[in-house]
Ligand binder design. Structure first.
Ligand code: DMJ
Length: 457
């Protein structure tokens, strides 16, 4: 009797102790975000990137595009830092002008600026933000005017002059998600249609065994490199096949995803040292060419989990967790057969943290919570500076380099916060999809019947 009445109370206490710990961690992530944001404002306001060691700033191009604040907005908003978020929104509406003689990288500004502004519109409902967003997208569109429909590498935001004939697959076809959302909001199918054409241009150039290469010429449609992989330079192509299919229900993208995931799992995977790896193979023969991978590839457990392959997601996540433990952070490029880093930089990247968050959501297994606690603790240990956080030059020595990438605000801090605040129930994972830069969009904002009309399906 006594035992029975004791048990539930003990459990409740344990649960609330656990929740108290998580509440404190979530609050700590908010405090660290705020601290880094204040540092940006003090040392880099109006510019693209904070340099946290020299306490100065850097722009990507000859004129700033305000990339850190645009990337930071959705994170600040989810953390309910309303004053800070409003300040960005006001600046975007009142002072940001894209009439700039800047040659911008089409891929990078799509995921960060277009994606960031679209989520700013979604989270604020401010129509003036949507006007800026459309203006920006219209400046990107000339890049897609190529014989293949695959965008050029650069576009001049003022003149529309596009240049750069060689792009990797991620740069070629990571657009359907943002452009689909913009087509929906603007009721103009042109954006989605351009993005979809680029995606299909990649898929239609697959080999007989169904694999694609990784670098292509946008004018001729010839593969410049025929290596097939899911690493940096290809990653978000696959991510957007599945996420855009989920968001808009376009059966063509569903078909391409279904075909692609089969051949990826068939040809790219290998077991090495009892771990699951996705290597690099020749797109024609399917033969393994290289065991060099990048930390960006750690996005893949998230996509596997989202698409229902939880077993493989969990197995792959173990590999990434193992690699993290080997160094205490992850090297940018690593050869899993040699067991050495080819490029030992860690740039505060989010992918492993993102996948941990997804797996925690789907399995509710506390080991994933522990993983993200460990990643957070290591990042604080090795990357925290007096004013913010910074990248690491070499994960073997932990020497710092002076750079805080914009995706640290957009993604890394957001995924930590969402993991630790998950029990509070304010953000329901199932209601949202994230673009590849972690900007969140509500799934039910996109009515499937309207999608067909507005995206031109
Ligand atoms: C981000 O800019 C995006 O997630 C992109 O798709 C690749 N990875 C970087 C951060 O590592």
């Amino acid at each position: 009797m006594a035992c029975n009445s004791q048990a539930p109370d003990t459990k409740r206490e344990a649960k609330s102790d656990n929740n108290n710990e998580l509440d404190s961690l979530a609050q700590e992530v908010i405090n660290e975000t705020l601290r880094s944001w204040e540092a940006y404002k003090q040392h880099a306001w109006g510019h693209d990137v904070l340099l946290p060691l020299s306490r100065s700033h850097k722009d990507w191009y000859n004129e700033p595009l305000y990339i850190s604040p645009i990337d930071a907005y959705s994170t600040l908003k989810l953390m309910r830092l309303e004053t800070e978020a409003k300040e960005i929104e006001n600046y975007v509406v009142d002072s940001l002008n894209f009439e700039k003689d800047v040659k911008a990288k089409v891929f990078e500004v799509n995921i960060r600026i277009l994606g960031g502004l679209l989520s700013m519109y979604e989270l604020s409902g401010n129509k003036l933000v949507l006007e800026k967003t459309e203006d920006f997208a219209n400046r990107m569109l000339p890049a897609f005017d190529t014989p293949t429909g695959i965008p050029k590498y650069w576009v001049n935001l003022k003149t529309g002059l596009a240049s750069g004939d060689t792009v990797n697959v991620a740069e070629a076809a990571t657009y359907t998600f943002e452009m689909g959302i913009l087509s929906y909001y603007s009721q103009n199918p042109a954006y989605y249609q351009a993005a979809k054409k680029a995606t299909l241009a990649i898929y239609n150039r697959r080999s007989e065994i169904g694999l694609i290469g990784d670098v292509i010429n946008v004018e001729t449609g010839e593969w410049v490199s025929k290596q097939s992989h899911i690493c940096a330079g290809v990653d978000s192509y696959y991510e957007y096949l599945y996420k855009s299919y989920l968001m808009f229900g376009d059966p063509d993208l569903g078909h391409v995803w279904n075909e692609s995931i089969l051949v990826i799992n068939k040809y790219l995977t290998e077991e090495f040292d009892d771990k699951l790896w996705y290597g690099r193979v020749d797109m024609t023969s399917g033969e393994l060419q290289s065991s060099v991978i990048t930390l960006y590839d750690a996005f893949f457990p998230a996509i596997l989990a989202l698409s229902g392959d939880l077993d493989r997601a969990a197995k792959l996540q173990e590999t990434w967790n193992w690699l993290w433990d080997k160094y205490g952070l992850e090297p940018m490029v690593y050869d899993y057969k040699k067991g050495t880093p080819n490029y030992p930089v860690y740039d505060l990247n989010p992918e492993i943290i993102e996948s941990t968050y997804y797996l925690y959501h789907f399995t509710q297994d506390k080991k994933y919570l522990e993983m993200n606690k460990k990643f957070w603790s290591d990042i604080k240990k090795y990357c925290r500076t007096e004013v913010a956080f910074t990248s690491v030059k070499n994960v073997e020595t932990m020497g710092k380099r002076d750079y805080m990438p914009t995706f640290f605000f957009a993604e890394t801090l957001k995924y930590f916060y969402l993991t630790f605040s998950n029990h509070q129930g304010n953000f329901r994972f199932n209601d949202y999809l994230f673009n590849t830069e972690a900007h969140p969009f509500k799934r039910n904002s996109f009515d499937k019947r309207q999608v067909k009309i507005r995206l031109g399906l």
